[in-house]
Design a protein around this ligand. Structure first.
Ligand code: FPP
Length: 252
């Protein structure tokens, strides 16, 4: 479903030597926007806006380097606890991002997907998102998977509820439930687990991100705040990943 592709290069761009073994699926916790803004005496929303620029650069690098899936944590189920003005700023940024970027992303072969309790997003964000997903559904160069109103625990609860419903309806028997059965009920159904999870801004935790899917994901944490994250940082993560030995609980 996701064939390995060669990395592509444009003539006008500096050639970075890429590691041979690249992750297929990269997930990112884009943390540190608030601290970035605070250090500059700017409102937190300015940090989020600068974070969108970093995202843009990372998407570009993923396209260029042949990464197939990029999942980014844009809004968590816990982020509703922030001041209303910040929540609104984030939702407006999402709308603005989709309005401004979808056409180019579509031309570049990006498929936009989303994971989370999307039905709880404000109507305008939900509608733009649906539109973006519909427009780009046939693309296969890069999946840009936006985690919006996403929580790993909420995802597991939603998956269990849907599974139980199917058992009650006689579509599934309890004895048939295995790991791959539950996986079919996750928001990420059909996507491979992330190979590499990058966290910006130094915190050493998962923060309720991809709890099931990250069981064997390689973690890479940088102290760089997300708005300062550039393709060099992504490359450093990819180089580190290429040196890791993945055993998935087995032996070498
Ligand atoms: C965490 O930083 C970041 C977020 C809660 C939002 C991330 C969103 C973006 C980068 C932009 C929006 C994305 C799209 C797709 C338009 P923080 O505010 O918790 O930082 P802090 O820990 O320094 O306060």
């Amino acid at each position: 479903m996701f064939p390995r592709r060669r990395k592509e290069k444009r003539d006008d761009q500096k050639a970075e030597p890429l590691p041979e073994r690249l992750p297929r699926h990269v997930a990112i916790i884009m943390d540190g926007n608030g601290r970035w803004a605070l250090r500059r005496g700017l409102p937190r929303a300015a940090g989020h806006r600068a974070g969108v620029e970093a995202l843009r650069e990372v998407v570009k690098a993923c396209l260029e380097w042949g990464i197939q899936i990029l999942t980014v944590y844009a809004f968590s189920t816990e982020n509703w606890k922030r001041p209303r003005s910040e929540v609104e700023a984030l939702m407006n940024l999402l709308v603005e991002y989709l309005e401004r970027e979808v056409r180019e992303l579509h031309e570049q072969g990006v498929q936009i997907r989303a994971i989370g309790r999307l039905h709880e997003l404000p109507p305008e964000a939900r509608q733009k998102l649906q539109q973006a997903m519909q427009t780009t559904a046939g693309n296969g160069r890069l999946v840009l998977n936006l985690a919006l109103n996403y929580g790993g625990r909420a995802e597991l609860v939603d998956a269990c509820a849907a599974l139980v419903k199917d058992v009650e309806a006689g579509k599934l028997r309890a004895e048939e439930v295995r790991e791959d059965t539950l996986e079919r009920y996750l928001y990420t159904a059909g996507l491979p687990d992330p190979d590499l999870l990058i966290r910006a801004a130094g915190e050493m935790r998962l923060s309720n991100f991809l709890l099931w899917q990250a069981a064997y994901t390689e973690l890479w944490v940088t102290s760089t705040l997300w708005p300062d994250f550039r393709r060099e940082d992504l490359l450093a993560a990819l180089e580190d990943y290429a040196r890791r030995e993945r055993r998935f609980g087995g032996l070498k």
